[in-house]
Design a protein around this ligand. Structure first.
Ligand code: NAG
Ligand code: NAG
Ligand code: NAG
Ligand code: NAG
Ligand code: NAG
Ligand code: NAG
Length: 332
């Protein structure tokens, strides 16, 4: 549907640009899904100033910093009649990129990433985004061309920004993206998207054993995260426990350092279970806490208990019987 609408739109633009064709409509034939000039397609027509059509055009920046135009074009434009000064200026300023070429944008898996492309003096030109990995045409103007609807272009009129937004960034999205202006010849800049996987990590083993009434201390950090988390939630099984201070749970977070700590002074049996550290913008981490008490094998009561805090199991289940045997053997 959308490509069709764009096709119609482009055709309309062509009609509006009555004279010898618009300055920037090399894709104005309405061909769908043709990659704009990625294969070095020859330009169709020589440049000629366009008249009218201002309703569809975004405002242009006519400041001094923009490149002056060739005199021949000006004289031809003058010949071609009643264009007033502003129209002339608008038409003849060459589009240019304000975003740096070959820059890198870092994105985080699962988050939305925005790759900005600032263009000045776009005129009647259209900005397209192309993924270089497979020359896939992603967006043309404000329309998404790919079936992958995570891609979308966002336009900010005042700044001339044509941002490519990628939602739910995945590792495979990494690579070069081309922001192309449909001028004659087309101009492009290439932005490298680097994708990092943000992952929470709880220090220590994935299962921890500790004695009844001993302190429970868990530390969680977010790795590989270019963006600070907005929050770091702790869950005990399915219950969010960040604010459970009256149940003896003390959670302190240091978001700029992507760190959070959970502290329980005296762990009771009720504190055993699955603890999850879930930052706003990273894969969660979890650890299972076992609270050992008198119901456990006799050896646990013999001062070895405390050190078991540190042990990662299930190797403990091999250790316990042998400890029991060892103790039994010694007492005999
Ligand atoms: C126009 O360009 C000038 C100089 O490049 C810049 O200072 C100004 O902010 C621009 N204005 C707009 C509306 O983009
Ligand atoms: C444009 O250039 C003229 C002279 O070259 C200068 O006087 C004027 O301040 C400039 N305007 C802007 C907006 O830069
Ligand atoms: C402008 O006119 C000259 C001759 O009048 C011609 O040679 C030239 O190709 C024209 N340029 C454009 C861009 O139409
Ligand atoms: C950006 O760099 C590429 C090569 O890395 C070059 O082909 C292209 O012309 C450059 N674009 C601009 C606008 O300078
Ligand atoms: C929670 O832990 C922090 C840091 O360890 C400490 O400063 C704070 O006093 C504790 N709060 C309570 C209520 O124990
Ligand atoms: C702990 O909870 C997480 C998420 O809630 C789950 O993925 C994981 O399988 C659980 N682990 C155990 C041992 O129940």
């Amino acid at each position: 549907m959308r490509p069709f609408v764009v096709g119609v739109g482009l055709a309309l633009l062509l009609t509006i640009g009555t004279f010898r064709g618009a300055i920037c409509l090399q894709n104005g034939n309405g061909k769908k899904n043709s990659v704009p000039e990625t294969g070095g397609k020859p330009a169709e027509k020589p440049l000629a100033p366009v008249r009218g059509g201002s309703t569809v055009l975004p405002p242009r920046n006519t400041s001094n910093s923009t490149t002056a135009v060739a005199t021949t074009e000006v004289s031809n434009a003058t010949q071609s009649s009643a264009l007033d000064d502003t129209q002339l200026q608008r038409t003849l300023l060459k589009p240019k990129f304000l975003t740096e070429n070959s820059s890198t944008v870092v994105a985080q898996t699962g988050a939305a990433s925005r790759i900005s492309c600032l263009v000045a003096n776009l005129g009647d030109c259209v900005v397209s985004w192309i993924r270089r990995r497979d020359y896939r045409l992603l967006t043309v103007g404000l329309s998404t061309y790919t079936e992958d609807l995570r891609f979308q272009s966002l336009h900010h009129v005042q700044t001339g920004d044509w941002t490519l937004q990628i939602k739910y960034v995945q590792l495979r999205d990494a690579g070069l993206y081309e922001c192309q202006i449909s001028s004659h010849p087309p101009k492009s800049i290439f932005i490298n998207l680097k994708v990092v996987e943000a992952q929470a990590e709880i220090a220590g083993a994935s299962e921890k054993y500790l004695m009844l009434n001993s302190p429970l201390h868990l530390e969680c950090v977010v790795q590989q995260s270019p963006v600070d988390p907005v929050y770091i939630f702790w869950y005990h099984d399915s219950r969010m426990i960040n604010y459970d201070i009256d149940r003896g749970v003390n959670v302190t977070s240091d978001l700029p350092n992507k760190h959070s700590a959970l502290y329980i002074e005296r762990a009771s049996r009720a504190h055993s279970g699955n603890y999850t550290c879930a930052p706003s913008n990273a894969f969660p981490a979890n650890t299972v806490i076992h609270i050992l008490n008198g119901e456990n094998p006799a050896a646990m009561q013999h001062g070895h208990g405390r050190s078991l805090n540190m042990l990662s199991c299930p190797s403990i289940w091999i250790l316990i019987p042998s400890l029991v045997m060892f103790v039994n053997f010694n007492t005999n």
